[in-house]
Design a protein around this ligand. Structure first.
Ligand code: FMN
Length: 154
């Protein structure tokens, strides 16, 4: 996976991170090329706005994890929300807290639906504080029991 390395100077340990996670229904006809275009756009824009995260696409569902400065994440989410390439956007969690980023090297990484649990579990293993572990445990629980169960049932 090719990581985008962000400048470190906005990454102080006491920096509040705005974390937003949502899922949505992909528009009909979305294929690998369409997803690749979204990822390319995200990798182009996100690092300049200090935004990191991951995008999963499976069974016609998107799942996206965004982290960064609050204003930038909120502005980007407005743009993403209005994008006709998906609909039925459901916010799964949003919080602003002082902690390290969970995916600091990913400007926007495409994760296979089958791998999302492993990715979140690995991040949980490497988590440096209790807040990070809590966020990840809650999202793993959501994947196992909630509306996201079908994500990896392609
Ligand atoms: C599921 C989904 C996720 C997206 N994620 C991002 C993202 O992380 N960053 C981004 O800049 N655009 C993302 N986009 C694209 C934006 O909605 C929008 O098309 C893009 O930012 C516009 O960039 P442009 O003005 O350079 O064409 C996403 C779109 C979809 C459908």
């Amino acid at each position: 996976m090719d990581a985008v390395h962000l400048p470190q100077d906005d990454e102080g340990l006491d920096q509040a991170i705005h974390n937003l996670v949502y899922c949505s229904r992909a528009a009909p006809g979305m294929d690998d090329d369409s997803i690749a275009r979204i990822i390319a756009t995200a990798k182009h824009h996100n690092p300049r706005f200090g935004i990191t995260g991951l995008l999963v696409f499976g069974s016609g569902i998107f799942f996206q994890w965004l982290e960064g400065p609050r204003d930038n994440v909120t502005s980007l989410m407005k743009i993403i929300h209005a994008d006709p390439r998906h609909s039925n956007v459901v916010l799964l969690r949003e919080e602003n807290e002082i902690r390290d980023r969970l995916f600091p090297d990913w400007g926007m990484e495409l994760v296979e639906a089958a791998d999302i649990r492993d990715v979140l579990n690995d991040a949980k293993q490497e988590a440096t504080d209790a807040k990070q572990k809590k966020v990840l445990a809650e999202m793993l629980n959501e994947l196992n029991t909630g509306s996201l169960q079908q994500l990896s049932k392609s």
